[in-house]
Design a protein around this ligand. Structure first.
Ligand SMILES: N[C@@H](CCC(=O)N[C@@H](CS)C(=O)NCC(=O)O)C(=O)O
Length: 182
C-alpha cells in the first residue's frame, strides 16, 4: 500500500502448522512466512520481498538514495529480523500456550533481551522521526513484530520516549490498518 500497489493477502494459521503443508512448501520450501506471489514469480523472505518491490516499483521509494543512509536503513531492517524478532518470539511462542505449560525462563530471557533491543532503538531514534531518513523499509520491518508483541498483551514501554513516539507514528499510517487485520 505504501507504494500504491494492489495485493491480496492469504493468512496462514502458524500454530496449526499451515506453513508446513505441502501446498505452502511448494511456495516457500523453508516453510516460513511471508512469501510473495507476483504473477509467475515467487519471492520469499521479508527482506528480499522489500528489495524486490523497491527494484520493480521505484516510485514512492522506500529506501534512501544516499548510500550511507541506505546502508543504515538496511542495517536496521536486518536488525528487526535477525535480533529483535528472535528475542520477541521467545516470549510470544510461550504466551500463546496455556499458562501451566509456559516456560517462564524463556519468557524472562525474551523480556530482558527485548528490553535491551528497545534501549538500543530508543537511542538510535533520538532526534529522528524514522530510523533512516524518511519512512523506509527499515521502519516497516518492525511493524509486524511490534504488532504481534502488542497483541500478546505487551506494550512498547513509555519510558523509551523516542521509541514510543516512533511506534505511535508508524501505527498512524493508513498502511498499518490496511495490512494488518485489526
Ligand atoms: N528472515 C525471514 C524470517 C521469517 C520467519 O521467521 N517467519 C516466522 C513468522 S514471523 C515464521 O514463519 N515462523 C514459523 C516457523 O518458523 O515455523 C523473513 O524475514 O522473512
Amino acid at each position: 500500500m505504501e507504494k500504491g500497489l494492489q495485493w491480496e493477502t492469504t493468512w496462514l494459521d502458524l500454530p496449526a502448522g499451515e506453513h508446513k503443508r505441502p501446498e505452502y512448501l511448494a511456495i516457500n520450501p523453508v516453510g516460513k512466512v511471508p512469501a510473495l506471489i507476483d504473477d509467475k514469480l515467487i519471492v520469499h523472505d521479508s527482506t528480499i520481498i522489500g528489495e524486490y518491490l523497491e527494484d520493480k516499483y521505484p516510485d514512492r521509494p522506500l529506501l534512501p538514495r544516499d548510500p550511507a543512509l541506505k546502508a543504515r536503513a538496511r542495517a536496521f531492517e536486518d536488525y528487526a529480523d535477525a535480533y529483535l524478532a528472535p528475542s520477541m518470539y521467545k516470549i510470544l511462542l510461550q504466551v500463546r500456550k496455556p499458562e501451566t505449560e509456559r516456560d517462564r525462563a524463556k519468557i524472562e530471557a525474551g523480556e530482558g533481551e527485548t528490553r535491551r533491543h528497545f534501549e538500543y532503538l530508543n537511542r538510535e531514534l533520538a532526534g529522528r522521526d524514522y530510523l533512516a531518513g524518511e519512512f523506509s523499509l527499515a521502519d516497516i520491518a518492525y511493524m509486524p513484530h511490534l504488532s504481534s508483541y502488542e497483541r500478546a498483551g505487551y506494550a512498547v514501554p513509555v519510558d523509551f520516549g523516542e521509541l514510543h513516539r516512533w511506534w505511535a507514528r508508524l501505527k498512524e499510517r493508513p498502511s498499518y490498518a490496511k495490512s494488518w487485520p485489526l
